[in-house]
Design a protein around this ligand. Structure first.
Ligand SMILES: O=C(O)CCC(=O)C(=O)O
Length: 216
């Protein structure tokens, strides 16, 4: 999440889209940064209360990957590709243990391209979907759905967000943002690698327990 360079937006676009420089920008909120662009967006009438305050855009060169996670606020997301194809892998929330979710986070660190089933045996049982999105296509991601994006071309995407569909999802989002994530941030600062290793071990134990429950 750290800033690696600072430059005018136009130069960023030229370098990433034109010259293939390996720079990425995620969660660039155009409502805050370039609010006039909101006039170019037609919010679809599909019965959702779309946020106009959080309209996130995503930029990356060919080969960029947004690692496997689900959105911390448990919102509903409509992701539209503006430019470039991207491959998306999706898993339902009930796959969290098979994906070895790290506690206190919404992240998984399994490698889906080169899965190491000796280290992550439960991963063999994970069931998901894979789709290639073309420019102009929109993917709906319900709250808590895991997603990994891989840019097949240099590209731009934009995500419209609506609140979670149930009270439970709202509460989960608040708890993620106000309780779990701050604990994780502090523990990262204090214990760094040891904290990461503890989360990995805990994720493994949960996956094993889940496997045992399944196999009786
Ligand atoms: O386009 C990307 O790189 C990631 C998109 C994403 O994670 C989202 O819309 O929530």
């Amino acid at each position: 999440m750290r800033n690696v360079d600072t430059m005018p937006f136009s130069r960023f676009l030229r370098q990433v889209l034109g010259q293939g420089r390996d720079l990425r920008m995620f969660l660039y909120n155009i409502s805050r940064q370039v609010p006039e662009l909101l006039d170019d967006i037609e919010f679809p009438q599909v019965g959702q209360r779309f946020s106009r305050r959080f309209v996130f855009t995503f930029f990356g060169c060919a080969g960029s990957t947004t690692p496997l996670h689900y959105d911390i606020d448990m919102g509903q997301v409509f992701h539209t590709v503006i430019r470039g194809r991207r491959r998306v892998r999706l898993f339902a929330p009930d796959q969290s243990r098979a994906l070895y979710r790290h506690p206190f986070t919404v992240r998984s660190y399994v490698d889906l391209d080169d899965p190491d089933f000796a280290s992550w045996p439960a991963l063999a049982r994970a069931r998901g979907y894979e789709v290639v999105l073309e420019p102009g296509q929109t993917l709906y991601m319900p709250p808590g759905w895991w997603h990994e994006y891989h840019y097949l071309d240099a590209g731009i995407g934009v995500s419209l967000r609506a609140p979670g569909a149930t009270v439970f999802q709202h509460l989960q989002g608040l708890s993620n943002l106000l309780v779990l994530s701050p604990i994780d941030r502090v523990a990262n600062r204090v214990a760094g690698r040891r904290w990461f290793a503890w989360k990995s071990r805990r994720a493994r134990r949960r996956a094993e327990a889940h496997d045992q429950e399944k196999t009786g």
